[in-house]
Design a protein around this ligand. Structure first.
Ligand SMILES: C[S@@+](CC[C@H](N)C(=O)[O-])C[C@H]1O[C@@H](n2cnc3c(N)ncnc32)[C@H](O)[C@@H]1O
Length: 239
């Protein structure tokens, strides 16, 4: 049996560091470069264009980090999608006024929520969103955590769009080469572990179905990424 046949989860170092820890700050800058190397923004953009028929009013980005990933996506979408209300949720509050201004220049308004996603999803009973997006986030959770998360999220929006690490030997080898571009020890560890915790095949579809949703697409995207789109029904209790 191959070590990558199954997902393995090891806690990521970045998740345990204070937001202003210099190692965390360095690692978040690394993350922006890794997103670029993985083509995550173009992959997310093409999924959103394909599956969101008309310009959404409200998008929720979960595990949004410092928001720079979503800004790249917004810049690609803004010509067609105006006046989007974007809510960015993360356990750590990192979105700066400058970043919100960059979104505002595109016509997008930003609200931030600093909370654990499970706590928020259990409690929140606001207006539903048109879509939920996640990038390099779902792989943080084991399958039972994902089942719980999906059960909660499908009450919040009719669509989940995810771009995650692909779990392959090639992606693992590439992650091990990242020190060549100057990433720090945190990123070196977390990138390798993210691949081991990443996805392949129909793993996310199976969990989404088990949570009562309808998978629309799940496939490898580019050399290092795994894309998933699921449709949900918004239940009365979440609306
Ligand atoms: C690998 S980073 C990706 C950040 C961003 N999506 C990007 O691509 O730059 C994962 C993010 O998920 C956040 N996170 C991890 N567990 C979380 C949780 N239970 N609730 C909310 N945010 C969480 C972390 O704080 C971190 O910002």
């Amino acid at each position: 049996m191959n070590a990558l046949d199954r997902r393995t989860l090891v806690p990521e170092i970045l998740d345990r560091l204070a937001a202003d820890d210099p190692r965390a700050l360095h690692s978040r800058r690394d993350l922006a470069r890794i997103n670029a190397l993985m083509f995550q923004a173009p992959i997310m953009t093409s999924l959103m264009r394909k599956f969101i028929a008309k310009a959404p009013g409200r998008i929720l980005e979960i595990g949004a980090g410092d928001g720079t990933f979503m800004l790249k996506v917004a810049r690609r979408m803004a010509r067609d999608w105006h006046e989007v209300e974007l809510t960015m949720l993360d356990r750590v509050g990192l979105v700066t006024p400058k970043l919100s201004a960059d979104f505002a220049a595109l016509g997008w308004t930003v609200e931030t929520i600093t909370a654990d996603v499970f706590d928020w999803a259990e409690m929140a009973n606001g207006r539903p969103f048109d879509a939920i997006t996640v990038n390099l986030f779902l792989h943080h959770f084991d399958d039972s955590g994902l089942l719980r998360l999906f059960s909660l999220l499908r009450r919040k929006a009719p669509l989940l769009v995810a771009t995650e690490p692909l779990r392959t030997g090639f992606a693992l080898a590439a992650a091990r080469l990242l020190p060549a571009i100057g990433v720090n020890d945190v990123t070196r560890h977390d990138a390798v572990e993210s691949v081991r915790a990443g996805f392949r095949g129909s793993e996310l579809s199976d969990l989404w179905s088990a949570a009562g949703g309808r998978p629309l697409e799940e496939q490898r995207a580019g050399p290092f990424s795994h894309a998933f789109v699921g449709e949900a029904r918004i239940s009365a209790e979440g609306a």
